[in-house]
Ligand binder design. Structure first.
Ligand SMILES: Nc1nc2c(c(=O)[nH]1)N[C@H]1C(S)=C(S)[C@@H](COP(=O)(O)O)O[C@H]1N2
Ligand SMILES: [Mo]
Length: 248
């Protein structure tokens, strides 16, 4: 059939009529507008997992990006790498990968960068807009080669929490390969300060502040989160009942 404006219109009218018949059907309408289905629909369309977080203009950058949680890990190991100007620091990538990696800061800086001005939202009720520069996590994961069984990435940090264990967080592969998910080494055109997570932190821009793991030491690819910490996927998830998927 040759598609003309007329056949297209006819087609549209036919399917609209079909919709009409369906909408007149009471139970169909109820199902369509039920809270549960609305939620599912809204998540799939308005809040699609691959949608980009809003990026701001340079003049919207907050004059001060406050620090929260650990502001200095202060452990003997961290002090040592800090004294070397992070020359002795390496990011380890292991777990369910084809190739384990050990990456230095100069190596990270030599990879293609992404810059993004985004808003950080902390559950404690403050926000700040900052300009982050870093390497897309995808670049690192492509280098390591995730095994088929890998489903989550766990970020192990340098700072010790009250419980005597280091801070940790995790994300799924959708967020891991999201174009705005970066390993950031600079904030507002300066090397990351100790307060904000030096030498490297995660930026996963569609999620709340506590997912933005600072002081990264190791990224581990795992199949399940049940063997990580107490099984909820992150320090605050395990110790304060915070949501694992902290989408904003
Ligand atoms: N390693 C580590 N990462 C962390 C935290 C922490 O205490 N340790 N705090 C989290 C919380 S609750 C927030 S709001 C942000 C704060 O980042 P900022 O210090 O750069 O503001 O880091 C998150 N990442
Ligand atoms: Mo936070």
């Amino acid at each position: 059939m040759i598609l003309t404006r007329r056949t297209l219109l006819l087609g549209a009218t036919a399917s609209l009529a079909g919709c009409d018949r369906l909408a007149r059907n009471e139970s169909f309408r109820e199902a369509l507008f039920s809270a549960e289905n609305f939620h599912k629909w809204a998540q799939r369309s308005l809040m699609a997992r691959d949608a980009l977080a809003h990026e701001f203009r340079p003049d919207q950058i907050s004059p001060f990006f406050r620090a929260n949680g650990t502001a200095n890990p202060n452990t003997p190991d961290y002090k040592m790498i800090w004294r070397s100007g992070f020359a002795d620091w390496r990011l380890r990538v292991d777990g369910l990968v084809a190739r384990r990696l050990s990456i230095s800061l100069p190596q990270l800086r030599s990879l293609p960068h992404r810059e993004q001005i985004t808003r950080h939202d902390c559950v404690e009720g403050w926000s700040a807009i900052g300009k982050w520069r870093g390497v897309p996590l995808k670049t690192i994961l492509d280098g390591a080669g995730l095994r088929d069984r890998a489903r989550h990435l766990v970020f192990h940090c340098a700072d010790m929490m009250g419980s005597g264990q280091p801070y940790y967080e995790s994300i799924d592969l959708t967020d891991a390969f999201h174009p705005q998910t970066i390993l950031a080494f600079a904030l507002n055109d300066r090397p990351l300060s100790v307060a904000n997570g030096a030498p490297l932190r995660l930026r996963v821009e569609r999620q709340l502040g506590y997912k933005q793991a600072k002081y990264l030491m190791r990224i581990e690819a795992v199949e399940s989160l049940s063997s990580v910490g107490r099984g909820k996927g992150g320090y605050w998830e395990d110790h304060a009942g915070y949501d694992w998927y902290a989408g904003i």
